[in-house]
Design a protein around this ligand. Structure first.
Ligand SMILES: Cc1cc2nc3c(=O)[nH]c(=O)nc-3n(C[C@H](O)[C@H](O)[C@H](O)COP(=O)(O)OP(=O)(O)OC[C@H]3O[C@@H](n4cnc5c(N)ncnc54)[C@H](O)[C@@H]3O)c2cc1C
Length: 455
């Protein structure tokens, strides 16, 4: 591509203590905690609402917040507050009340105990209310463009919206874009997917209603013994009709929401897609839309319970499982996860399975922690190597491709946001870089916020 030099004066939109880029699950956790700690906080997002994949992506349910054996809830804090608020309004079922092998858990047994079905609108509304109550300023329809830097620190972020380009001056920056956009602009190193440029397949979710849940349940339970991850509901039907229909995923991954007969459908599959390339993203959105129409016709024709189902629409945006993983002070590995390692500086403990979707075909791999209840996510995974006043939270934290496949779930990302927001506010108060705060002091603060950090 040919390059040109572009320069202009832009207005300073705001001067804040902490700016959070991206208002998905991680951004919400980060901004709520930064603002509660008394920091002047602004959170912005390129879309028209907060929630990221949990709202515009139609993703759900909340993958488990329990330990690997399904015995104890281990992700609490802001996640628990949000779930309780939503459950009170009828917009979520608390994970305590949801078991495996049912419509809410997609009928899976392994790794799907205590998931949390929820309504996207309720998520949006309650998360927005929590941000406002905490005192965070919200700015929507605003994209991150670039950083201004002085030596190793960011002095402000350039944003773009309908008012044009402007600058938010900030003392601490938390990158919650999911793609590590801020970290990349700041010059941080990262892995793109598995480091060879291969990323897990993407999915455009869609939503259906008016499904006969009883009929569907009876059919799937009759095949109960065949079900395991990547060979789930209707894998028998997909195999049978492979030549004629060519369904892109080897199973129909479907989850009932809090309203009976309403399901979110995780079935489309966009292969060889680099989610940091706008042309490939465009191809993915279009192909995804074509796939979901095809899948829905297939289900209407063959799937018991779908005879009168109604297509309620595609997600507003493609679901990208994986893009950039920043290079932090520590990189979490698959080995750490499977060994149930809990480092001293852990800011969250997780029991979520390793759920890896292939880049090139309909399948994937799925591993559960067998004899350990959880593993720890070190604070150092949120701290990038070079920039002094930047933290990264959400799915782009420093992890290898295997560990990433576990840490990427919504409750986990809210927990990382909570740690990053709390850490940034501590750093600000102490006049330090987030890399230099005492992790034990951070852990104490998190425990005071009802975060469980293990025995
Ligand atoms: C297909 C699929 C299925 C999944 N299934 C489940 C599931 O069943 N259960 C579960 O718990 N998790 C699931 N996940 C994982 C989960 O949804 C994500 O990993 C999680 O939402 C990541 O949170 P985040 O805050 O890091 O990023 P996101 O949710 O991606 O949020 C990032 C936010 O940043 C904004 N943003 C991005 N770039 C910019 C920019 N340059 N400027 C301004 N704003 C920006 C976006 O608009 C978005 O709001 C799934 C994910 C996918 C893709």
């Amino acid at each position: 591509m040919e390059n040109i030099r572009y320069s202009r004066n832009i207005p300073i939109y705001r001067d804040v203590d902490i700016v959070v880029a991206g208002a998905g699950p991680a951004g919400i956790g980060a901004a709520v905690c930064a603002a509660r700690a008394g920091a002047k906080t602004l959170i912005f997002d390129q879309s028209g609402c907060v929630g990221g994949m949990a709202t515009i992506g139609l993703v759900g349910p909340f993958m488990t917040c329990y330990d690997a054996q399904g015995k104890k809830q281990i992700i609490k804090g802001v996640f628990e507050e949000l779930v309780e608020r939503m459950a009170e309004k009828g917009g979520a079922i608390h994970p305590d009340d949801v078991g495996p092998e049912c419509s809410y858990s997609g009928w899976y047994k392994i790794g799907h105990n205590h998931v949390g079905p929820f309504d996207h609108e309720c998520f949006k509304k309650e998360a927005t209310a929590m941000l406002k109550e905490a005192g965070a300023d919200i700015l929507l329809h605003t994209s991150f463009v670039d950083v201004l830097k002085e030596e190793d620190s960011i002095t402000g972020v350039v944003i773009h919206n309908k008012a044009g380009l402007s600058l938010i001056r900030a003392r601490q920056i938390i990158d919650c874009t999911g793609d590590g956009d801020v970290a990349m602009a700041a010059g941080e190193d990262f892995l793109l997917g598995n480091g060879k440029g291969e990323m897990q397949s993407a999915t455009l979710f869609f939503r259906v209603c008016n499904v006969d849940s009883q009929k569907l349940d009876a059919h799937i339970k009759a095949h109960r013994d065949e079900i395991r991850p990547f060979y789930g509901p209707f894998s028998w039907l997909i195999r049978d009709k492979k030549e004629e229909w060519g369904i892109p995923r080897g199973e129909v991954c479907l989850f009932e929401g809090p309203v009976k007969g309403e399901y979110r459908m995780n079935v489309s599959r966009l292969l060889h897609l680099n989610g940091t390339n706008p042309e490939e993203l465009t191809r993915g959105e279009i192909e995804g839309m074509e796939q979901t129409a095809h899948i829905f016709s297939f289900l209407k024709k063959y799937a018991p319970g779908f005879e009168n189902a109604v297509f309620m629409g595609n997600a507003a945006t493609l679901g990208l499982r994986e893009t950039r993983h920043i290079k932090g002070k520590y990189r979490l590995t698959g080995e750490d996860v499977l060994a149930g390692r809990v480092r001293e500086d852990s800011i969250a403990v997780l029991g979520t399975s390793i759920d890896m979707h292939n880049e090139k075909d309909e399948g994937g791999s799925y591993y559960v922690l067998e004899d350990k209840p959880y593993y720890g996510v070190p604070y150092a995974c949120l701290v990038p190597e070079k920039t002094k006043n930047l933290l990264v939270a959400g799915r782009s934290i420093s992890a290898d491709e295997t560990a990433f496949s576990s840490i990427r779930m919504i409750p986990c990302c809210i927990a990382f946001g909570q740690a990053a927001g709390t850490a940034a506010a501590m750093a600000l108060r102490q006049g330090k870089s987030p890399a230099d705060i005492n992790p034990e002091e951070l852990r104490q603060k998190l425990k005071e916020q009802n975060v469980y950090l293990g025995e």
